[in-house]
Design a protein. Structure first.
Length: 616
């Protein structure tokens, strides 16, 4: 009699059967000689190895907390034995066609036989088994559906329930169909730390029962969103521990497109955002202001009166950009009349036909400045109706810029050397920082200054063509002073050649544009601040499409050579929407290749974006 024969007849046989891990024990109180499985009664197989020549019962179990589960019929979930799909009420597998002669083979590669030397070997599995195994169940415990993560990476966790041997497990990310191996522990749990870019993602976990027939493959998906704040690090930006450089697009009508979509129209805003993402763009510049009382997209219709439809359109833009993994820069007041701007504040104050010198009332300390500061506080305190995040706490917002653009020429005397404007920018930037300490702040200025000697030889060409006024206080703005404001995080610059009165030929545009960038970049570097070209736009009435491409190439070459932090190109529109009314506009024509000459600047932008894309 084998050494364990008496033990197998003892009263503790049933307990020991459950405590035997992947063992072949006879639990019937006796043994039966055999040469193959056909010699054994139901529930038993003819053993090899230690019990060779005896009919033994196969009782595979697995540890589960402080107890053991029957591996055939149960799974361990959080320390509790749970019946597998297809297991009967008696705890036995109720799979069709299961019998003693096929039991070991049907249970797969880890239903093992003991050889002569006690080693375990896998049985020979047939691909044409007479049994259909039930599909496994994929349980994803993290992340939760719809969960948002800020400044942390997501972890995929869960368990595969009812998984049989010779199975495969994998997962896919978003629309990428490449399956990545999903490793399970001894309890069929999985845990994967995900390294993904910002945006909305879908992870799909797949489990397949291997060689068995039937409904063996199942998939379970979970959607979630990641976002990270961009922070200033020395003379650059950083996101999720990595340097952040970007190519961006100025999108002046994006909020209007979102407003139309809210009324039931085609969501062209989402299309524009999708196109930007396809091009590799990382930041969109979108005005966060509209002070035109009669406009349907108005945000501030009267002093301290804010209109919800216009704000909801902005909510939609921010939410859609965040879902796509893009950032937004939000200017707070228009320096022109296009969106009401400073002149509308003056009209509210009783100046019905404001002139340039009246604008000092907006910049000076007084009621108009305080009204604007209240608007800034209200906007940063707003809770997005879609994301439920407060604007001041939303990492999708890359930065706040005080102006879309502005020029104080004729507002203050040149002798003041930009002091009034600097005081205004310092005051408003403090309000932004108080409401949102982690926010990045820019001024939205053009780059005018009060002292050309600060720029060295970079101003030589400007002097030759009679444009030294850009640097000699004629515009009453001191770039060199503004970038020293402690609550301003980066040096901003705009490059719209016709607005700067550049001679209208491609050579002048290219050379003067490069000098404009180079001179301001050197000054920003002395202050240890990043430089962002917040809008570079080219007038189609002055340069044809090839000329615009050539000029933009020259600007971007300078941007790349100096390794500047950001470069925003304007003005990007939805195909055929408002483009004809904007001399600085361009679009990506629907259903066309990027290389199509009719797309004008799109290919150039894609090339620049590839140079600022994050490392894989």
């Amino acid at each position: 009699m084998p050494p364990f024969a008496k033990l197998r007849r003892s009263p503790f046989v049933s307990v020991l059967c459950l405590l035997s891990l992947l063992s072949l024990w006879s639990c019937d109180g006796g043994t039966t000689a055999c040469t193959d499985n056909g010699d054994c009664r139901e529930g038993f197989i003819c053993a090899t190895g230690q019990f060779e020549g005896e009919c033994v019962q196969y009782v595979p179990v697995t540890t589960c907390g402080m107890t053991f589960c029957d591996r055939v019929t149960q799974s361990c979930i959080d320390g509790i034995c749970v019946a597998k799909v297809g297991a009967g009420a008696d705890g036995l597998a109720s799979m069709p066609g299961a019998d003693a002669s096929t039991d070991a083979a049907e249970l797969g590669a880890d239903r093992l036989n003991a050889g002569d030397d006690g080693a375990l070997s896998s049985p020979d599995l047939s691909a044409d088994l007479p049994v259909d195994l039930p599909a496994p169940v994929v349980v994803i415990t993290a992340p939760l559906e719809g969960q948002s993560f800020i400044d942390e990476r997501a972890v995929l966790e869960g368990q595969i329930v009812g998984l049989y041997p010779q199975s495969t497990t994998s997962f896919t990310v978003d629309a990428d169909l490449t399956e990545r191996a999903l490793v399970l522990d001894e309890r069929d749990h999985f845990r994967v730390e995900l390294s993904l870019p910002p945006g909305r993602h879908t992870i799909t976990v797949h489990a397949e029962q291997g060689a068995f027939r039937g409904p063996t493959r199942v998939s379970q998906a979970v959607g979630f969103r990641l976002d990270f704040f961009v922070r200033r690090r020395a003379a650059g930006f950083e996101m999720d521990g990595a340097p952040f450089r970007f190519t961006g697009l100025n999108t002046p009508d994006l909020r209007e497109l979102a407003f139309q979509a809210a009324l039931g129209g085609t969501d062209l805003a989402v299309e524009v955002i999708s196109e930007a993402r396809t091009l590799g763009v990382r930041v969109l510049r979108v005005p966060a202001c509209d002070d035109r009382p009669g406009a349907r997209t108005v945000i501030q219709s009267a002093p301290d009166t804010y209109e919800e439809p216009g704000l909801v359109a902005l909510d939609r833009v921010i939410a859609a950009a965040g879902d796509a993994g893009l950032k937004v820069t939000l200017p707070l007041v228009d320096g022109t009349d296009a969106l009401g701007g400073i002149n509308q504040y003056l009209r509210w104050a009783g100046y019905l036909a404001p002139i340039q010198s009246d604008k000092r009332l907006f910049f000076e300390r007084g009621p108009l400045r305080e009204q604007f500061k209240r608007y800034v506080r209200a906007l940063l305190a707003r809770e997005n109706t879609i994301t439920r995040r407060r604007y001041g706490e939303d990492p999708t917002i890359f930065s706040w810029e005080i102006f879309t653009t502005f020029d104080a020429a004729g507002t203050f005397a040149p002798a003041m050397a930009g002091a009034e404007v600097a005081d205004f920018l310092g005051d408003v930037s403090q309000v932004i920082k108080a409401a949102s300490p982690q926010a990045l702040v820019g001024t939205g200025e053009v780059g005018y200054d009060v002292n050309p000697t600060l720029y060295g030889r970079a101003v030589d060409r400007f002097r030759e063509v009679g444009l030294i006024g850009l640097f000699d206080a004629s515009h009453a703005v001191a770039y060199s002073r503004n970038i020293r404001i402690g609550t301003v995080d980066y040096a901003g610059l705009q490059l719209v050649p016709d607005a700067l009165s550049f001679p209208g030929d491609i050579l002048s545009y290219s050379n003067l544009g490069a000098d404009w960038i180079r001179g301001h970049a050197a000054l920003a570097a002395t202050e240890g601040k990043p430089l962002v070209v917040s809008n570079a736009a080219l007038n189609m009435a002055i340069l044809d499409a090839p000329g615009r491409r050539q000029a933009l190439d020259a600007f971007l070459d300078e941007f790349g050579a100096l390794e500047l932090s950001g470069f925003v190109v304007g003005n990007f529109h939805a195909d055929a929407f408002n483009r004809g009314n904007d001399p600085h506009g361009f679009a990506w024509r629907n259903q066309s290749a990027v290389e199509d000459p009719n797309n004008e600047l799109v290919l150039v932008i894609q090339g620049a974006a590839s140079q600022t894309a994050p490392s894989p």
